[in-house]
Ligand binder design. Structure first.
Ligand SMILES: [Zn+2]
Length: 654
C-alpha cells in the first residue's frame, strides 16, 4: 500500500514538473509517510500544518541552490523532527550518505535510540528500508545504519574518529553551541566533517542549535551569515508583521519571595502590544494571526545560505504565561536570565551588567561588625597551591547562595614542607564567630592539585577526607559543568573532584555584576583584622621568584608563617576581575577563551572564588535546615561549651 502511495505521489509530481528526479519536498514526504510514535505529543500521521514555521525550513532543504541552512531556535521547537524527516525523505527517495553530529558520543547514542529508532519502527516505508532492527543479520548499529544506496552515520563532536569517515552528501550538525572548540586535538568538528562533503556538487549542511553566549555562539555566526528569516506574526489591527518579543509583553502578575529568598512570579494575564500601532492582543489572537518568515538579509540566498529564527512565543505547546513567569523570575539574575534567553527567546545571551573597574568593588565593601556577618549559614575554603606558598580564601554562604568573603591569606613555604600543611590544619580546625557568640567551622575544603605539588595535595586530602578535604582538578572539557565529575584514584587512594573552571568563571562574573544584596550577591569585607598585607607579601614573593630564590625564610621572619588579610583591597579586586573571555583564532575558527587581562597576570583571586563556589555547590546545601539549626543555636548562645544538635551538614560545638 505504501508502494502504491509512492507511485501515486511520483505521478502527481511528474505531472507538475518534467524533472527526472522526483522533487518531493521534505514536508510533502513527511505528510505522506511519516508516522509519529505513541509516546509523542501528537501520535499518528505527521501533519506539517500543525507547526507551520517548520514547513519553509523543510522545503528549503531540497533546494539545489542552497548549501547551508542554519536554525537558531528556542529549545523544543521541533528541530529534531526536521532532522528526522530529512533523514527519512533522503533515505527513502534520494538515498545518499548522511551524517548527523551531536555534541558528544553519548548524545549521539541517545539520539539514535530515542529519536531515530522509534521513527524507523513507526514509519512503514523506512522500516522496510533499514531492515528489521531486531534481526541479527543486519549490519546496522546504533551509530551506523545502512539503507539501499546510502547510509546514516551519527557522530559525537567530541570524537574525531567518528567525524572523519567516508564521503558525506548531507551533513546535519545538531546543538552546535554545545560542541567543543576542537574534536580531540583535530580541530573544529564541523570543519572536519565538512571536508567529507567535497566530492558532492549537491552537498548540504544543516546546522541547528539553541544559542548560548553572545559573541561566542556558533549558531549565531551561521544565522548572521544567512538570510536571517524571523518568524513574524501579523498585527490584527495595523497589518504589520512582527517577531513577538518579551519586551512587547504587558503582564498582570504577582510576585512573592519565599523563605529561601527565591523569587516566584505568577503571571495572570499577558498581552502583546504592537510596536507599530500600540493595540494590545491576546496569545490566542496572535497565534491565530497570519504568520510568515521575514528575511532581514535576503541577499544571502545568492551565497547559497538561508537561516531561520523562531522563539517560543510562536510554539503551539508553550503558553505566554509560562514564558513570561520564567522571565520575570529570572530578571536580575544573569544565570537565570541566560537560560530564558537561550531556551525560550532563542537568542544568545549577553550579560547586561558590566564590570567597569575594581573601584566599584572597593566602594561596595562592608563592615560586617563581627567575624561572621548575620546571614552566613555555611563556610567553605578554597586553597591554591603555588611553589612558594598556599593561598586560601574562606567564603560564607547564605540563603539563595548569597556569599560573603570572610578571610583570605597566604601560608608561606613550599608545599613539600610539613609545616605548611600544619598551618592549614589550624585554619580548618578553628571556629569563626558571629556577634551572638555562635560559631561555625569550615564545612568543606577544596585544594587545587594542579602545579608541581600534586602528590603533596593528594597526601593531605587522603589523610583529611574525614574533615571534608578534597583534591580538585580543572577539567579540560570546554563546556564542563561547575562540578564536572568525581573520580577515585585507586593508586593514590584519593577522591578527585573535576571542576568546570570556565563555567565557574562565567558564574562568578555573572554574580559580580549583580548590584543588589540578595541571592547570589557577593559581599566583601571592609575591616582589616589582619597581620599584614597579602599584597605586600606577594610582591616580595614575586621578587624572590624573579631572583630564582625559593627560600622564603626572610619573609617568614618578617611576616610570620601565615599572613591573613580580611579586608579586601584593590589588588584583590584587580585579580578577581583579571580575566575576560577574548576571541582567538583556533584552527581557522574564532573561539572565545578566558584569558588574564590584568597587567600583573595574577588571577588567584578568581580561581579561589571559582573553587569556593564549586565547593559550596558540591555540598548541595539545604539552606532552610541550616538556617533553622543556626537560629536554635542563637537562642542557646552565648554559653560556649554546650552539646549542640547536629543538623544538616554543619557540626557545631562538639
Ligand atoms: Zn499594529
Amino acid at each position: 500500500m505504501a508502494a502504491q502511495k509512492t507511485i501515486e505521489l511520483f505521478q502527481k509530481i511528474a505531472l507538475r514538473s518534467l524533472a527526472p528526479i522526483p522533487k518531493i519536498s521534505i514536508s510533502e514526504w513527511a505528510d505522506t509517510y511519516r508516522m509519529l510514535p505513541l509516546g509523542s505529543a501528537v501520535p499518528g500521521h505527521w501533519r506539517t500544518a500543525n507547526v507551520p514555521y517548520q514547513k519553509d525550513v523543510m522545503d528549503c532543504l531540497t533546494d539545489s541552490r542552497l548549501h547551508i541552512v542554519a536554525l537558531m531556535w528556542a529549545a523544543q521547537g521541533g528541530k529534531s523532527e526536521i532532522i528526522n524527516n530529512t533523514i527519512g525523505r533522503f533515505a527513502h527517495l534520494d538515498p545518499c550518505p548522511i551524517m548527523m553530529i551531536q555534541p558528544t558520543l553519548t548524545d549521539a547514542e541517545d539520539y539514535s535510540k530515542r529519536r531515530i529508532a522509534p521513527m524507523l519502527e513507526e514509519t512503514p516505508v523506512l522500516r522496510n528500508l533499514f531492515g528489521d532492527p531486531k534481526s541479527r543479520k543486519t549490519q546496522n548499529t546504533i551509530l551506523s545504519k545502512f539503507f539501499p544506496g546510502g547510509s546514516l552515520n551519527i557522530a559525537g563532536a567530541n570524537s574525531p574518529s567518528g567525524l572523519a569517515s567516508k564521503p558525506i552528501r548531507f551533513l546535519m550538525a545538531d546543538e552546535t553551541d554545545r560542541y567543543p572548540d576542537s574534536a580531540g586535538t583535530e580541530g573544529d568538528p564541523i570543519e572536519i566533517a565538512k571536508k567529507r562533503t567535497t566530492t558532492y556538487w549537491n552537498w548540504f549542511l544543516l546546522l541547528t542549535s539553541t544559542p548560548v553566549n553572545k559573541g561566542a555562539s556558533r549558531i549565531e555566526d551561521e544565522y548572521k551569515a544567512g538570510t536571517q528569516e524571523e518568524w513574524q506574526h501579523k498585527c490584527p489591527n495595523c497589518g504589520e508583521y512582527h517577531l513577538i518579543s518579551h519586551d512587547q509583553m504587558h503582564c498582570e502578575s504577582e510576585t512573592f519571595i519565599d523563605s529561601k529568598k527565591e523569587k516566584h512570579v505568577t503571571v495572570k494575564a499577558v498581552a502583546w502590544h504592537c510596536p507599530d500601532c500600540g493595540f494590545a492582543f491576546t496569545e490566542q489572537q496572535m497565534k491565530r494571526a497570519p504568520q510568515k518568515y521575514v528575511a532581514q538579509n535576503p541577499d544571502a540566498v545568492r551565497a547559497g545560505r538561508r537561516s531561520f529564527h523562531v522563539n517560543a512565543f510562536s510554539y503551539p505547546w508553550v503558553s505566554w504565561e509560562t514564558i513570561m513567569s520564567e522571565w520575570l523570575e529570572a530578571e536580575g539574575d544573569p544565570d537565570k536570565e541566560k537560560v530564558v534567553y537561550n531556551t525560550r527567546f532563542g537568542l544568545p545571551y549577553e550579560r547586561r551588567g558590566k564590570i567597569t573597574s575594581e573601584k566599584e568593588f572597593l566602594n561596595r565593601r562592608e563592615d560586617y561588625g563581627a567575624e561572621l556577618p548575620d546571614g552566613v549559614l555555611l563556610l567553605t575554603m578554597a586553597v591554591d597551591t603555588q611553589d612558594t606558598r598556599l593561598e586560601y580564601e574562606i567564603k560564607g554562604w547564605g540563603l539563595g547562595e548569597e556569599c560573603w568573603g570572610i578571610q583570605k591569606g597566604v601560608i608561606l613555604g613550599t608545599p613539600d614542607d610539613k609545616r605548611v600543611w600544619e598551618e592549614l590544619d589550624k585554619i580548618i580546625d578553628r571556629r569563626f564567630y558571629f556577634k551572638s557568640g555562635v560559631s561555625l567551622k569550615i564545612r568543606r575544603t577544596f585544594i587545587d592539585s594542579g602545579g608541581h605539588y600534586t602528590d603533596e595535595v593528594y597526601k593531605y586530602a587522603r589523610a583529611n577526607v574525614w574533615r571534608q578535604v578534597f583534591a580538585i582538578k580543572g577539567s579540560n572539557v570546554s563546556d564542563a559543568a561547575l562540578i564536572h565529575k568525581y573520580t577515585f584514584l585507586k593508586d593514590k587512594g584519593v577522591y578527585l573532584v573535576h571542576i568546570g573552571v570556565d563555567s565557574g568563571k562565567e558564574h562568578v562574573m555573572n554574580r559580580l555584576t549583580m548590584k543588589d544584596p540578595g541571592p547570589k550577591y557577593m559581599h566583601f569585607a571592609l575591616d582589616a583584622q589582619d597581620n599584614g598585607s597579602t599584597d605586600e607579601i606577594l610582591q616580595e614573593l614575586l621578587l624572590l621568584s624573579k631572583q630564582k630564590k625559593k627560600n622564603s625564610s626572610e619573609l617568614v621572619n618578617k611576616f610570620g608563617y601565615v599572613v591573613r588579610r580580611r579586608g579586601y583591597d584593590d589588588a584583590y579586586f584587580r585579580a578577581l576581575i583579571s580575566e575576560a573571555k577574548l576571541p582567538h583564532k583556533v584552527k581557522g575558527r574564532i573561539v572565545y577563551q578566558w584569558e588574564v587581562v590584568a597587567t600583573d597576570k595574577r588571577n588567584e583571586a578568581l580561581d579561589l572564588t571559582v573553587y569556593n563556589l564549586a565547593c559550596m555547590s558540591s555540598l548541595a546545601p539545604d539552606w532552610e535546615s541550616l538556617e533553622k539549626a543556626l537560629k536554635e543555636d542563637v537562642v542557646a548562645a552565648p554559653p560556649p561549651k554546650k552539646t549542640a544538635k547536629k543538623y544538616g551538614v554543619i557540626k557545631r560545638r562538639e
